[in-house]
Design a protein. Structure first.
Length: 222
């Protein structure tokens, strides 16, 4: 007897692990954070004040008359242009953070960040599931929540610095916010490294297909 064909309505509806909105946010966030870090890298290397001697030499060799102060002003002008791009990336990051918060409330309750963290906590401490996998899942969920908190802090400090004149921040407070902003940036870099290592290890063990799931959505496990 031939096997019955699956109902067309049922087969056409595939429950995704990752919604289209979450996937869009994830990859857009990757591009924006990488772009922001690139601007920091450029200004801390190519347009660092220590390169004023190179600029001065180039100006003199080109037939112009210049001094060290003028060379620094040239570097500073380029640095300002790159920081403008950094600010634009910051605005984009703020918009993506708002989108992520919106997406969190649009998702089913069991897919929300704190619900997943709570479930992982229960699996490890209350249900006493397989300890290695449960502890790994709990650590991963907690790390993601920590990352989102870092993004919130990054956006708040970044916008405060960008609009320091409009909101009347003093020079001292602005400097302190820059220190916090820079520290958070290094924390985010650390998370990115852990994330890449974790994804690589998962792809070669029990989490195979995690990257493709973030591209095509994947199938929700029943």
């Amino acid at each position: 007897m031939p096997a019955s064909k699956p109902n067309q309505a049922e087969s056409s509806i595939v429950s995704k692990k990752n919604s289209g909105l979450i996937r869009f946010w994830h990859w857009s966030n990757v591009l924006v954070i990488c772009g922001s870090l690139i601007t920091v890298l450029i200004n801390s290397t190519l347009f660092d004040r220590g390169n004023d001697a190179i600029v001065l030499e180039s100006l003199v060799n080109g037939g112009g008359e210049a001094n060290k102060q003028q060379a620094r002003e040239v570097l500073h002008s380029f640095e300002d242009q790159v920081w403008d791009f950094h600010i634009y990336f910051g605005y984009a990051l703020a918009a993506l953070l708002a989108l992520r918060i919106l997406a969190e409330f649009m998702q089913p309750k069991h897919k929300r960040g704190f619900s997943k963290l709570k479930a992982a906590y229960q699996d490890y401490y209350l249900k006493h599931k397989e300890r290695r996998l449960a502890s790994k899942d709990l650590f991963t969920k907690a790390l993601y929540v920590f990352f989102y908190l870092l993004l919130v802090l990054m956006v708040i400090t970044g916008l405060s610095i960008a609009f320091k004149n409009e909101i009347g921040l003093s020079k001292d407070i602005s400097h302190q916010l820059k220190e916090i902003h820079g520290f958070v940036m290094y924390m985010i870099i650390g998370f990115i490294v852990l994330h890449i290592v974790g994804v690589y290890l998962a792809e070669n063990k029990e989490g195979k297909g995690i990257v493709s799931d973030m591209i095509n959505g994947g199938r929700e496990e029943k």
